[in-house]
Ligand binder design. Structure first.
Ligand code: SF4
Length: 301
């Protein structure tokens, strides 16, 4: 599968403010993400563990979904079947067996980027691992490169849905998707029961999540919120909703201790950024915000 990524990074940043069309493909199914991220990369349990082991727990964040279809206006469990939703902060949240379901993805930061051959950089929400200057991934050559990124857009091709490459082509022209055949060797999208505990995780205790929906909507999740979800994911059991308590405790400590270049860079970018799509005049150099704090280099094109 061949793609032309140079100068693009459409799958690594939120370019909705640059587009004329409505880019809302993540919000067309029965469940609507509670956060406003675009193209969240969902990590597997083993990938979450690898990030924690590398001291990069502060790069992780959860995604939960609204379950509007099951909302009945009552508090507590929304209905009694095995996929019943629950309410957190009054909102109906998608759940499995009455427990909130979630992904773990990578955090975003506003960075000064000039994708799609734009003349000048604008502030756009960007994956924490994207170097805003080369528009390359800082993890590409590491063992932590997420399988979803490595196989992108293989999953979309396998499912016969529009790829991000084609969305970029439709908006800005050029050729991004050079080979439309799905690869034979992807790990495949994890859906259904086999995804449980491997990519779709289930939180064992909704009462521990008071305030999480409100803070997600506000874009204001705390380090404790993020650590809670990362630890549950790391301690999950593939194929089930079980969470190992000891593994959870250990993972939670590791996640809370994480103090990597990523966390510092996110705070720094947020302090300095303009609004999404605003011209990034006088933006600081990525070297100063990221590389000087320990971010790995990218090879350049
Ligand atoms: S991990 Fe790398 S390839 Fe994946 S979204 Fe982030 S920057 Fe892009």
């Amino acid at each position: 599968m061949e793609v032309n990524c140079e100068g693009c990074a459409g799958c690594c940043l939120d370019w909705r403010t640059l587009a004329d069309t409505d880019l809302d493909h993540e919000r067309r199914g029965p469940y609507e993400p509670i956060d406003d991220e675009y193209n969240l990369v969902a990590l597997t349990r083993d990938e979450v563990r690898a990030f924690l082991d590398a001291g990069l727990g502060d790069a992780l964040r959860p995604r939960l979904w609204y379950d509007w279809e099951r909302a009945d206006g009552a508090g507590g469990a929304v209905d009694g079947d095995r996929d019943a939703g629950v309410r957190i902060d009054g909102a109906p949240v998608a759940a499995v067996r009455g427990r909130p379901a979630f992904f773990v993805g990578l955090r975003r930061a506003p960075k000064p980027v000039a994708p799609f051959d734009r003349d000048a950089a604008t502030w756009l929400p960007t994956c924490v691992f994207l170097d805003p200057e080369t528009l390359q991934c800082r993890m590409h050559d590491s063992g932590r490169y997420p399988s979803e990124c490595a196989e992108f857009p293989g999953h979309s091709l396998t499912l016969d849905v529009e790829t991000e490459c084609e969305r970029v082509e439709g908006e800005f022209g050029g050729e991004r998707l050079l080979d439309g055949d799905p690869p034979d060797d992807t790990t495949g999208p994890l859906f259904g029961p086999q995804a449980l505990g491997q990519k779709v995780f289930v939180h064992p205790d909704p009462e521990r999540l008071d305030g999480v929906v409100d803070r997600t909507v506000a874009g204001d999740l705390t380090a404790e919120d993020r650590a809670e979800f990362a630890a549950v994911a790391a301690a999950s059991t593939p194929g089930s909703t079980a969470v190992n308590d000891d593994a959870y405790e250990r993972a939670c400590d590791v996640a809370l201790d994480a103090d990597s270049w990523v966390g510092e860079a996110v705070s720094d970018w947020r302090e300095r950024a303009g609004g999404p799509g605003e011209r990034a005049t006088d933006a600081p150099l990525a070297d100063r915000v990221e590389r000087d704090r320990g971010a790995p280099d990218t090879p350049g094109w």
